[in-house]
Design a protein around this ligand. Structure first.
Ligand SMILES: [Zn+2]
Length: 137
């Protein structure tokens, strides 16, 4: 686990988290299909609701660099058991495919899922395309 380059990248991002309010620091490393790795950290704000999670921060960096297909995301925190992505981050990650491997890493243990296990019955682009036409029954 410690020699996994994605875990190392996520830990480095965690060290740069901006969490002056909660002191809860999270780092994420998102591996694109082409092998590039994008990192993110949580960024809090005095207006609490405007904070952004590490996972969405990493997605923003990836999309900005032109990456849209991903293999794996590692999320590191100091929680035991390790913290899985929040609901908002699950939804944002699902935009790019439900087969993403999600790994949560804490100080002593780790957990792994497929994204579609964490967010079943996902609201997707296909849902928007499936608008029922015709009169309402
Ligand atoms: Zn989140």
């Amino acid at each position: 686990m410690a020699d996994d380059p994605l875990v190392r990248a996520a830990r480095e991002a965690q060290a740069r988290a901006y969490a002056p309010y909660s002191q809860y620091r999270v780092g994420a490393a998102l591996e694109a299909e082409d092998g590039r790795v994008f990192v993110g950290a949580n960024v809090e704000n005095a207006s609490y609701g405007l904070g952004i999670c590490a996972e969405r921060s990493a997605v923003s960096a990836a999309v900005t660099a032109g990456a849209l297909r991903f293999r794996r995301i590692v999320v590191v925190s100091d929680s035991e058991p390790p913290a899985a992505p929040c609901g908002a981050c699950r939804q944002v990650l699902a935009e790019f495919g439900g087969d993403l491997v999600v790994e949560a890493v804490g100080p002593r243990s780790a957990a792994r899922w497929r994204l579609d296990e964490l967010l079943p019955a996902t609201f997707r682009r296909a849902t928007l395309d499936a608008v029922a036409r015709g009169p309402v029954a």
